[in-house]
Design a protein around this ligand. Structure first.
Ligand code: ATP
Ligand code: AMP
Ligand code: MG
Length: 194
């Protein structure tokens, strides 16, 4: 039975870019795969309740509201039909105005019921550059030190998740200009597990 795979990483590391490549690579190799962006599902839920906001403004909203929408999003994702493996593009933590907040607290983790957690990582210098040069997004933390700290937080949160869910963690490097190779590496890791 193919499972759900959480693909997480710090803002600007390249998750969505790599997962777009993964879609291509999986198609070329005839591997059935479905990719869902957790932030998109949350943004749609915000819209449905009359709050149309940029994806980078959701994390500034009231934390209790974010929490309710986060849980709702997890339930919707968990009901995704189909027989293929499900890849969820998300975060191990979110920087809210109340502090660092888990992207997959217990209830969310239980709803998603992942078979593994994959962290996409990159050199902090590269992450800082990617954040600075991507004008389509409003990402905080432009410096190298902030990227380093974020990478550490992502691993701390992943370890808590792995303990709760009893699942393995894999780390895949997204090197500069190598998004296709990263997607190939990712597919390799996914196929071994699902
Ligand atoms: P967020 O969590 O904020 O959604 P993300 O991890 O999904 O961020 P992307 O939006 O995929 O990050 O990428 C951020 C920027 O980095 C984009 O401008 C993208 O083109 C660039 N990028 C991604 N991967 C690479 C790579 N391997 N080499 C060079 N640039 C990259
Ligand atoms: P992204 O495009 O992946 O950066 O997602 C956009 C926004 O969606 C993030 O900045 C968060 O506000 C929200 N988001 C994504 N994943 C989660 C999650 N697991 N829990 C809470 N919020 C999330
Ligand atoms: Mg993204």
């Amino acid at each position: 039975m193919p499972g759900t795979i959480i693909v997480a990483g710090i803002p600007g590391v390249g998750k969505t870019t790599v997962l777009q490549e993964l879609e291509n690579v999986a198609r070329e190799k005839n591997v059935p795969l479905k990719i869902i962006n957790f932030g998109n599902v949350m943004n749609d839920l915000f819209k449905k309740r009359g709050t149309t906001i940029h994806r980078d403004h959701m994390r500034k909203q009231d934390i209790d509201l974010q929490s309710r929408i986060q849980q709702q999003a997890a339930r919707i994702i968990s009901r995704t039909p189909g027989k293929s493996a499900l890849v969820v593009d998300t975060h191990m933590f979110i920087k809210t105005t109340d502090g660092i907040w888990p992207g997959t607290p217990r209830k969310v983790l239980e709803a998603l019921d992942p078979s593994m957690i994959i962290l996409i990582e990159a050199d902090p210098e590269e992450v800082a550059r990617r954040r600075a040069s991507d004008s389509t997004r409003y990402r905080e933390g432009g410096g190298i030190e902030e990227a380093k700290a974020d990478l550490a937080w992502s691993r701390y949160m992943a370890s808590a998740n792995a303990v709760l869910a009893g699942v393995p963690i894999q780390i895949v490097q997204n090197r500069d200009g190598q998004q296709r190779q990263t997607a190939i590496d990712l597919l390799d890791v996914i196929q071994k597990r699902s």
